[in-house]
Design a protein around this ligand. Structure first.
Ligand code: HEC
Length: 137
């Protein structure tokens, strides 16, 4: 009997990953988590910043994010933005700026990024919850 090779190699590998304790899925989940927990600055962040009295720009937010990625994972994994409310970051940064030996300019950029990203995340999650509750059953 001729065995037909019907699966391309990458699909076979994917399936065998799934069988092997879902390693493939785990890897995808990690990628997803990274993208989700350290958001790229965008218009939504600028709107949040304007509404809450921060003076910043897309460029500053991007620089703050990039600096955070460079300076904040040496000792522990990247801080989870969603875990801390915007009001919590100043006290955290007051000690972490010393740990990470930041200049005051770097401190301001990272601090603003963290406060704006976490505040924007909190608002959008609240909006999703509100929308769910207002949907007719
Ligand atoms: C030199 C090592 C080091 C660097 C660099 C560092 N941290 Fe930390 N971080 C620590 C240690 C140690 C703790 C736990 C003790 C503490 O809270 O002071 C911690 C705790 C934290 C916590 C948890 C605080 C809490 O109260 O739950 C956050 C959030 C955090 N760091 C964010 C950051 C950020 C943002 C940066 C980059 C600006 C950073 N860390 C850079 C060592 C570091």
């Amino acid at each position: 009997m001729i065995m037909k090779k019907w699966k391309p190699a990458f699909i076979s590998r994917f399936i065998s990953n799934l069988r092997r304790g879902a390693a493939g899925f785990g890897f995808a989940a990690i990628l997803f988590a990274c993208a989700g927990t350290i958001p790229e600055p965008g218009d939504n962040h600028l709107h949040y910043a304007a509404a809450h009295g921060y003076s910043t720009s897309l460029e500053n937010l991007r620089e703050g994010r990039a600096l955070m990625l460079r300076k904040c994972d040496g000792c522990h994994s990247f801080p989870r933005i969603k875990r801390y409310a915007p009001e919590k970051w100043p006290a955290i940064m007051d000690s972490m700026r010393i740990e990470a030996k930041l200049s005051s300019h770097q401190d301001t950029l990272i601090r603003n990024y963290l406060m704006i990203a976490s505040g924007n995340l909190r608002d959008s999650l609240a909006a999703v919850t509100a929308a769910k509750h207002s949907t007719p059953q």
